[in-house]
Design a protein around this ligand. Structure first.
Ligand SMILES: [Zn+2]
Ligand SMILES: [Zn+2]
Length: 332
C-alpha cells in the first residue's frame, strides 16, 4: 500500500509498504480522508514530536472498516469510523481515567506509531468512533480538529454572552468560529493577516474581522484564543483581552518566546492551556458534524491524492498561505 512517511525536515515521501495484517483484537481501517494538521507542520518544519524516522505520518482520519480481527465485537466490515489518535502511556493516573490528553507522555499516531497518511491503518477498536452512514466521510475527517475547537470553548468558559476574539484563522480558528456560532456565542471576532482567510471566516459566521490588534485599549474581548503560536500574537492576545478576561492557548510554539508577565498581573488574567480534547469532546464532535450546516465543509480548502502529500505540505508552509484544511485521499 502507499504511505506518506517522514524522512526528515521538509522531506516527506510516498513509499510502497506492506499492507498491515489484522491481528486478533485489532481492526483494519481503509482510510478515506486524512487531514494535514498544524502539528504535522511542526514535524515537517522542525522535526518536533516524531519518535522514529520514516514513520508514516498523520493522525486525523475517517475511513471504513475493512477487516475485523478475532475476538473483536461490535464492529463489522463496512462500518464508517474516525479514530481517537491520542497515544498515552496507559499507566499514569490520567491515562487510567481515559484523560489521555493530560498524560505526561502523550503522543499521537503518526508521531509515536504508524499514522493515517496511508491506504490502511490498524486500529484498537476501543479507540474508534462510529460515524453514522448518512454522514459523508469527507466531513467526518474534521472530527479531530473540531474536538479541539469544542475543548477550547470549554477551557475558555465561553458562553453565549462572551465576546470571543480568535487569533489565527487556520483550521482550528475556523472550526472554533463554526462551533461558537452554533453554541450561540453572539460576538465572534477573528484576527489574521490573510485577507482570503478572513473572507472565509466571515462566510462561516465571524461577526467581525481584523488584520491588526486594536490600538484602542477599550476595544477588548472577554476571551481571546491564541491559535497562531508566535511571540507577536501572544503579546497581542495579552493586550486584546479585557481585565479579568481569559486567554485560551491552543497554538504550539516552535521556539520559546519572551512574554511580559505584567499583563497577567495587571489585568488579573486567567490563562488556560488547551491540549487536544477529551473523549467526550470527540463524541460531541461526531454528533455536531452529523447535524451541522454544510458551511463547515468550507473549512476544507483542498482534497489531494496521497501522492501529492509533499505539495500539500508546501502549500501549507508557503509564507502567505491562504489554505485552510487540506485533506489527503489515499487510494485516489
Ligand atoms: Zn490534528
Ligand atoms: Zn499516561
Amino acid at each position: 500500500m502507499q504511505a506518506a512517511r517522514f524522512y526528515g525536515i521538509r522531506d516527506v515521501r510516498v513509499d510502497d509498504i506492506p499492507k498491515p495484517a489484522c491481528s486478533p483484537g485489532q481492526v483494519l481501517v481503509k482510510v478515506a480522508y486524512a487531514g494535514i494538521c498544524g502539528s504535522d507542520l511542526h514535524i515537517y518544519r522542525k522535526e518536533m514530536f516524531v519518535k522514529y524516522l520514516q514513520e508514516t505520518m498523520g493522525h486525523e482520519f475517517s475511513g471504513t472498516i475493512e477487516e475485523v480481527g478475532a475476538g473483536v465485537g461490535g464492529w463489522q466490515p463496512g462500518d464508517q469510523v474516525v479514530g481517537d489518535p491520542r497515544v498515552g502511556c496507559g499507566s499514569c493516573a490520567w491515562c487510567l481515567q481515559g484523560a489521555y490528553n493530560l498524560c505526561p507522555d502523550l503522543g499521537f499516531i503518526g508521531e509515536v506509531s504508524p499514522g493515517c497518511f496511508a491506504e490502511y491503518i490498524l486500529a484498537d477498536p476501543q479507540r474508534l468512533l462510529r460515524i453514522p452512514p448518512a454522514v459523508d466521510l469527507r466531513r467526518a475527517a474534521l472530527v479531530e480538529p473540531l474536538a479541539v475547537a469544542l475543548h477550547l470553548l470549554d477551557q475558555g468558559a465561553v458562553t453565549g454572552d462572551t465576546t470571543l476574539g480568535i487569533i489565527g484563522s487556520g483550521p482550528i480558528g475556523l472550526l472554533t468560529i463554526v462551533a461558537a456560532k452554533a453554541l450561540g456565542v453572539r460576538q465572534v471576532a477573528v484576527l489574521d493577516i490573510s485577507g482570503p482567510r478572513l473572507e472565509l471566516a466571515r462566510r462561516i459566521g465571524a461577526d467581525r474581522t481584523l488584520t491588526a490588534f486594536p490600538e484602542d485599549g477599550t476595544d477588548t474581548v472577554d476571551v481571546a484564543v491564541e491559535a497562531v503560536g508566535v511571540a507577536s500574537t501572544l503579546d497581542g492576545a495579552f493586550k486584546w483581552v479585557r481585565p479579568e478576561g481569559r486567554l485560551a492557548m491552543v497554538a504550539l510554539y516552535e521556539e520559546p518566546v519572551t512574554i511580559d508577565p505584567n499583563y497577567i498581573v495587571g489585568k488579573e488574567l486567567h490563562l488556560v492551556g488547551v491540549n487536544a480534547y477529551t473523549t467526550a469532546d470527540l463524541e460531541r464532535a461526531v454528533g455536531f458534524l452529523a447535524t451541522c450546516p454544510p458551511d463547515i465543509e468550507q473549512v476544507i480548502s483542498h482534497v489531494l491524492p496521497l501522492n501529492s502529500v509533499a505539495r500539500g505540505f508546501e502549500l501549507l508552509t508557503t509564507p502567505g498561505s491562504t489554505c485552510a484544511k487540506i485533506l489527503l485521499a489515499p487510494g485516489t
